[in-house]
Design a protein around this ligand. Structure first.
Ligand code: PGA
Length: 255
């Protein structure tokens, strides 16, 4: 009988506690390594982390002036000026309020396939030039995607144009005013890009994520659930609130 390894899992009581845990880790890294390279995520999950970091910048002077940030993904096609863009999301929720001049989001502007390919190579090169990602923050989608690496993504994938799963588009539909307005594609760092980070913090909140969290942390690595690859990272930390942790904790007691 093998028990699920939960040594790298920490469960906070609620969303505020979860975001506090993750923000503390990011702040500690930035304090010990002022020129840290962060990989950041969008979606509703990390919002509380970003507001905690903004608060710590304002109240405690947490300094991001030498930090470099790379975001995981951007919808395609998507104007960087659109309020639906992840570029605007990051500006409105973090970068307009902290002193971090160097932040990058993949370019979602419509262009030729070869131009996109070239830009993806440049995104990878820019990460490498910055010294590689010290800490990659990840959410998890209901499909088990990380970034926009949907089921079928290979563990050695790099930044590229991807097709969004229907479930992912449905989840995004309310904020786009209907599924017909949700782009069908995105530009996303690959699983290989993510796995190159020196540390990964994956976070999930709420009972709606409990089933995929359990699958990600208990199933053998498989392209069908991209997050299962992440679990194999040598320095990965899963941070949950009680809702998101419920089925994983149950599984750890029964297997
Ligand atoms: P969410 O998205 O934070 O909005 O739930 C997570 C993800 O799709 O990675």
């Amino acid at each position: 009988m093998t028990r699920t390894d939960l040594s790298n899992v920490q469960v906070a009581k609620d969303y505020t506690g979860l975001c506090g845990l993750v923000a503390d880790r990011i702040a500690a890294l930035v304090q010990t390594k002022p020129n840290a390279v962060l990989g950041l995520a969008t979606g509703s999950t990390p919002l509380g982390v970003y507001s905690a970091l903004v608060r710590r910048h304002r109240e405690e002077g947490l300094d991001f002036s030498r930090v470099t940030c790379f975001n995981l993904d951007e919808y395609y096609p998507m104007s960087p000026k659109s309020l639906h863009s992840y570029r605007q999301f990051m500006a409105m929720n973090l970068f307009d309020y902290i002193n971090c001049p160097n932040w990058f989001v993949p370019d979602g502007l419509r262009r030729s396939a070869s131009e996109i390919e070239q830009d993806c190579l440049e995104y990878e090169a820019r990460i490498a030039d910055a010294g590689g990602i010290d800490l990659q923050l990840l959410g998890i989608g209901r499909t088990g995607h990380v970034g926009f690496n949907e089921p079928g993504s290979s563990p050695d994938s790099r930044t590229r144009l991807v097709t969004l799963a229907e479930v992912t588009r449905q989840d995004a539909a309310p904020s786009f005013g209907g599924i017909d307005n949700v782009p069908r594609q995105a530009v996303s760092m690959g699983i290989g890009t993510i796995m190159d980070a020196r540390e990964i913090v994956m976070m999930a909140t709420g009972a709606g994520k409990a089933a995929i969290v359990r699958a990600a942390w208990t199933e053998d690595p498989t392209d069908h659930i991209p997050a299962t690859w992440v679990r194999r990272h040598p320095n990965v930390h899963l941070r949950l609130d009680e809702g998101a942790a419920s089925l994983l904790l149950e599984a750890s007691l029964t297997n």
